[in-house]
Design a protein around this ligand. Structure first.
Ligand code: GDP
Ligand code: MG
Length: 283
């Protein structure tokens, strides 16, 4: 099944909460999730396979086209779509509804972040949206606080087709180590850099080597200009130092041992329009 919705509505938070482990990075910056991530949840009732899509938006760069292609692929492959909304931000209903109509799949409308809202507002929204599309269910949740997540899991199982498990029960994600490690570093970077940078920065893993006692990771932060490089490095290298320290701590938790992290900033003008660079990053 696919998690769909604009960027920042809480799809990755929901996935991590339901998986009870971190499979997708979370940030308050837009366009955090660039690649479709596959997570697998196995319980007594069966197996759910999740695609966490990049946020829906109109494509301008090759990178964005690639992200929208991931959205279309996920819609095509899914049996069930969870369409997430956040009442704090108006969404372009028409664009999404036409995507959903084309997909022809079962869809839940998920109203997330209800911890921030009063009940009346949620009820008004349900009233307003209930006829926009033939939703199978409309479910108000808080991914952050965990409200209605058990109910969501039940409902998901109710609507998924029966069948054999696709993956072994102890498998919970399928993404390359390079990609996941890059995402962990990118998450830390997004905590520090200015709002405009997430669109123009990316992490390229050059090397991961397990040397027994320590894991050695060498990564490049791609930026598009000198000015951006200056922001990421920061005054006296303070910014990159902070990013590196936080990222190293997260990687040490992930590997369960010491990590030596080498971080470089590299200017690659126009990388968002280079197929080769995009493919290297999404390897
Ligand atoms: P995505 O882009 O849709 O994957 O969104 P993320 O999962 O990265 O979340 C974006 C931001 O919304 C993060 O700062 C989350 O902590 C926050 N968030 C997610 N779910 C909730 C929720 O239920 N309540 C509140 N208050 N914040 C949430
Ligand atoms: Mg996300």
């Amino acid at each position: 099944m696919a998690l769909l919705g604009r960027t920042n509505v809480g799809k990755s938070t929901f996935l991590n909460a339901l998986m009870q482990t971190k499979v997708a990075i979370v940030s308050n910056k837009p366009q955090t999730t660039r690649k479709r991530i596959l997570a697998i949840k196995t319980s007594e009732r069966g197996q759910i396979i999740f695609f966490d899509c990049p946020g829906i938006h109109k494509p301008h760069y090759k990178l964005n086209e690639l992200m929208m292609k991931a959205v279309h692929d996920a819609l095509h492959d899914a049996d069930l779509i969870l369409y997430f909304i956040d009442l704090a931000y108006p969404q372009e209903d028409d664009f999404v509804i036409s995507l959903l109509e084309k997909a022809g799949k079962k869809v839940f409308l998920v109203i997330n972040k209800i911890d921030k809202l009063n009940k009346g507002k949620v009820l008004d929204k349900i009233q307003h949206d209930k006829d926009l599309f033939p939703w199978q269910e409309i479910v108000p949740i808080s991914a952050l606080k965990g409200d209605n997540l058990g109910l969501m899991e039940e409902l998901i199982f109710n609507y998924l087709p029966e069948g054999e498990n696709f993956y072994p029960a102890d498998e919970y994600t399928i993404q390359s180590e390079n990609f996941f490690v890059g995402e962990l570093i990118r998450e830390k970077m997004l905590n520090w850099v200015e709002d405009e940078l997430p669109f123009t920065t990316s992490i390229k893993i050059e090397e991961i080597k397990d040397r027994g006692e320590v894991v050695y990771v060498r990564a490049e932060i791609y930026v598009e200009s000198r000015a951006q490089k200056k922001i990421v490095i920061g005054k006296n290298g303070n910014m990159i130092k902070q990013i590196g320290q936080q990222a190293r701590q997260t990687l040490e938790e992930y590997y369960g041992k010491k990590v030596f992290l080498d971080l470089f900033v590299k200017i690659v003008p126009g990388w968002r329009n280079s197929n080769q660079v995009i493919q290297e990053i999404f390897q």
